[in-house]
Design a protein around this ligand. Structure first.
Ligand SMILES: Nc1ncnc2c1ncn2[C@@H]1O[C@H](COP(=O)(O)OP(=O)(O)O)[C@@H](O)[C@H]1O
Ligand SMILES: [Mg+2]
Length: 386
């Protein structure tokens, strides 16, 4: 039904990784070395500790992390609700960090739709007036068009029959629908939503989330902070924030049982490496000192057989790890891992010492890795014998 309301779906490709200042296609929103420090009675408190991230046009990004990790502060850097202490924020070719307050208000009104947890409709205005407000403020469209457009937006969120009510006369879910309609008033390319479903029951949350999905399918770029892990799984990309820093999505994917703090500790230790198609990453029989996570491409797991040629027994793809067997059991590499012939491979390497430090604190992760190692050893024995 919402699909009907929002029009036809077109497929959007998933954005490239865009983290750590890498150049990406279609890159649209850039945060460059963002630091945010608050001065409190207890002294200075750095909430964002040097954030570097890119978002592409058409991406649906879920911003996740514990309460107090800095999610709202991060997205407020983009909306300009808050200013960075240092660093740069670019949206398209606008340097948001350089705009004056007046410029910022107009730029935001035209370019961003902002949706909040508690809707924040103006209580003294009717719903249709709430939606007309951003158009009035930015002097977009003629006064008559504004009214027509506001009514059309209310239709899109199935709230047209309530147009002349005040916000208090409708439910929270309905208020959020109207807030979404308001965020679309000036047809902005970007929607920023801070826990938009945080105050809604799960059924209503689902319908709000579907609206965002539809908007993404129509080309909007959406950043949504969410606590809801089931919703976070359905976006194109998740950005996990811990202690004011971005956790490597590959570490989070490969080692999900770690605490966010532990993931962040490993994120600090990543050593990126690139390999051409067919290049050897680790060699069977050599001594090992690093654990690896695949971040791009496909790796072949190759066993050398005493009689006969080498055999590819398995593959590793993005978010999978290798090099764990020697870390747990010592000794030489049990297999050769190569970049597949299909394309280049990128990995991140972590020194065994650092890995063991973190695993020492997470029995669960150690057990999970042990289990995988055991299966792989069995697979290798079978592979060599076959
Ligand atoms: N205006 C402020 N002054 C001082 N501290 C703040 C301010 N805004 C946020 N903080 C602190 O920054 C940290 C991150 O806050 P926030 O970005 O709201 O986290 P999240 O949205 O992830 O829950 C918290 O410890 C919070 O108390
Ligand atoms: Mg918050």
């Amino acid at each position: 039904m919402l699909q009907r309301l929002f029009g036809k779906k077109d497929s959007r490709r998933r954005g490239a990784d865009g983290q750590d200042g890498t150049t990406v296609d279609d890159s649209f929103i850039h945060l460059h070395n963002i630091v945010k420090t608050f001065k409190t009675a207890a002294g200075e408190f750095t909430v964002l500790k040097g954030i570097n991230v890119h978002f592409n046009r058409g991406e649906f990004v879920g911003v996740i992390g514990k309460s107090g990790s800095g999610k709202s502060t991060l997205i407020n850097m983009i909306t300009g609700i808050d200013r960075p202490t240092s660093g740069a924020v670019w949206v398209g070719d606008t340097p948001v960090h350089k705009l004056s307050e007046g410029e910022l208000a107009v730029w935001r009104g035209k370019n961003l739709g902002v949706v909040f947890q508690f809707f924040q409709l103006l209580p003294t205005l009717t719903l249709i007036e709430n939606i007309m407000l951003p158009m009035d403020f930015c002097n977009m469209y003629s006064p008559r068009q504004r009214k027509e457009r506001a009514m059309h937006l209310l239709e899109r969120v199935e709230m047209e029959e309530h147009a002349h009510k005040l916000p208090t006369a409708i439910s929270g879910g309905q208020q959020q629908r109207v807030a979404i309609a308001r965020s679309l008033a000036n047809d902005p390319p970007v929607i920023i939503a801070d826990e938009p479903t945080g105050n809604l029951d799960s059924k209503t949350a689902e319908s709000i989330f579907q609206m965002f999905e539809e908007l993404v399918s129509q080309g909007k770029t959406i950043l949504m902070v969410t606590h809801d892990s089931s919703l976070a799984k359905r976006v194109n990309r998740t950005l996990l924030i811990a202690d004011g820093e971005i956790v490597s999505e590959y570490v989070a994917q490969a080692l999900p049982m770690l605490t966010h703090q532990q993931m962040l500790a490993l994120t600090h230790e990543l050593e990126p490496e690139s390999f051409q198609p067919g290049a050897t990453i680790i060699q069977e029989g050599s001594a090992g000192d690093h654990f690896y996570i695949v971040t791009e491409g496909v790796c072949d797991v190759v066993l050398h057989r005493p009689r006969g040629s080498d055999v590819v027994v398995s593959h590793f793809t993005i978010g999978q790890f290798f090099g764990e067997i020697e870390m747990l059991h010592g000794g030489h590499r049990r297999a050769t891992i190569r970049a597949s012939e299909a394309g280049p491979v990128k990995v991140v390497a972590i020194d065994y010492e650092k890995m063991c430090q973190v695993l020492g604190e997470s029995e669960q992760t150690r057990d999970a890795i042990e289990r995988i190692a055991k299966d792989r050893i069995a697979e290798n024995v079978a592979g060599r014998e076959s």
